[in-house]
Ligand binder design. Sequence first.
Ligand code: ATP
Ligand code: MG
Length: 741
Amino acid sequence: MNIEQLNPEQRLAVTTDAQYVLVLAGAGSGKTKVLTTRMAWLIDQGLVSPGGILAVTFTNKAAKEMLQRIHALLSVNTRAMWVGTFHGLCNRLLRAHYRDAGLPQNFQILDTQDQLSAIKRLLKLYNIDTEKYPPKEVFYFINRQKEKGLRPQDIAPTDPHEVRLVELYELYQNQCDKEGVVDFAELLLRAFELLKNNIPIREHYQRRFSHILIDEFQDTNDLQYKWLRLLAGQKNAVFAVGDDDQSIYSFRGANVGNMQDFERDYAKGHIIRLEQNYRSYNHILHSANALIAHNKDRLGKNLWTERGHGEPIRINELNDDRQEAQWIVDEAKSLIREGVDYQQIAVLYRSNAQSRAIEHAFFSVGLPYRVYGGLRFFERQEIKHVLAYLRLIHHLDDDTSFLRVVNFPARGIGARTLEHLGDAAKEIGCSLALAVGALKGASAAKLAAFVDLINRLKDMAKILTLPELIQQVIHDTGIEAFYENEREGEERLENLNELVNAAKVFCIEESFENIPATQMNQVVVNAEEGQTTTEYQSALDMFLSHASLEGGDNQAEHGANAIQLMTIHAAKGLEFDVVFVSGLEQGLFPHQNSLVAEDGLEEERRLMYVAITRARERLYLSGAYQRMLYGQTEYTTRSQFLEEIPEEHTKWLCPKEKVNAYMKDDIFTTSSHGKTSAKITNGVQVGNKLFKVGQRVRHAKFGEGMIINLSGQGMDAQAQIIFETVGAKTLAIAIAKLDIL
Ligand code: ATP
Ligand code: MG
């Protein structure tokens, strides 16, 4: 194998025989490349067989790409390699040892939305006051505990509120266990407990995986790190690559401290630093370096590149979000005229809600685009309905799926009937489907008909292949007819067709062609020299797991000949010739929530660092003076990140001095509803207070600010205020409780 094209540090990282290695390096320095090359190199040198490798990637797509690259390099059997996301790998482990893990063979995975609806159902069942215990709070509480590796009995609650939360965690877990379902956090925790408590299994995998490799190590959480340590045992080699400056998932429990812990836990480990960036031109790279230097507490790195200066970063601020989108579209058009490929242009944004205006602009001029990171295919409503039917066919006791589709399409089964059914099931201690037999009357007959429908489909699943079964489900359940009659059902029907196609491709890839959907088939999970491990699974089993896990993977796929629209989170690890980052406004990016959270601003800055470093050749940054978001027009102030990029790397396409929106005259004549209102100079009287433009005020939540515009009178009076913390807000004066300073 030729590793000559690598630089000396990269080569060292690929070939080192140190047991523990941490490659700590900035964006675009070849971390992922080194990790993939090392796997291939180890196999090529005969230092490990494919079956001895376990590699963790950040997305399923990255895993696939790695396997393809290794296959192309060496043409080895990559099936034996365990390469995937933490969730994917834990799923694989639990499938292989479901009994030891205390799970039913056909356990189902709940994605985030399923989990939330399971929690809502639980709260309803136990008559919990959702004002005091909002489902989201319960959801975050449970997941946070699981991410810390804690079961209800391990938690010492500190107040009555928390006591209740722990109880709810326990009830929720019982419900999941009864239904044979596993949420994302549970996948990790179960897999961890399995290795921790079952010594033979642990020792088996410790013997097996002599090389463990982890990409994007900065975004692992504590439990993932503990899981890796268990697998590594005393003898195995651990190779981790990461960049503390790109840690952007702490809101999900990721702990960048794992990098320091790694050093501490593996004192012998040595750190390799890569400092040459192969991705970006100088203007881009230096901007990124200068920006991230504003963060404290960094492990510290210096990146340089041999690529030339390139063009300065173009910055533009437009009047509103529509004009901003239009400007992006115009620039994209001229880039394409210059010969840039569509898929080499990415438009990034902080929040999904921003994509609507941009999509609309691309759509209007007929430029092809693809949106990622919004609603993913497997998360679309119509797809989830069909998947719920498939889950029920597979496992009738799955109450979440039962409730999702029992009255979709409408079958005249109302909330009261379901409440009775829920009570009966609770009393008997069985699933909803089983409890149907205990009810009487007209509504019971409707429920029974539904269960019959599922049972009929279950019988067909013994004969039909998976794509045929899906087709049958779409038809027999009435979903097809439902969308045919819906005004905007056409796109949904196309998506359902796409699901059938996805199942076809899946069956070909996994060797389930011409095999009935629920027939158990022997699948090879590991193939090492002289030893093959197989499992029995059905196409339906595997497809449902695949759908749950893919649903959680929000990263873009390359190849489509279209401009790529995605959130910055979804762009991690990717690179494009041209990158637009939109919405650079205080409160949007950096995000409002970050301005109150501890370390919030620094995490936002890391996110900006990730955004900038996706660009190879050209970078555009933009913002708008006013923006329609969540149905409200807000006046904005410039993102501080724009001020943190050194002037010499930028080219402003608008006057830089025009710092804030309120300096623009035309804005004063447009109210938040788009109607023209007169500029009020006399001020507005509300109660005993007189508000005037230019007046400084204090708000309980947003702190101090200045009124920049007033409209309406009395109860309808509104003030636009620039707050120091969150930027511009439009508030109803009668409600906002403003103090005059
Ligand atoms: P990120 O932090 O964004 O994940 P990374 O450190 O993983 O970045 P890679 O994606 O592995 O970086 O590499 C960035 C680009 O540089 C890729 O296109 C890669 O092929 C290229 N590259 C890396 N090393 C070399 C090298 N020695 N010679 C030429 N190109 C290289
Ligand atoms: Mg990478």
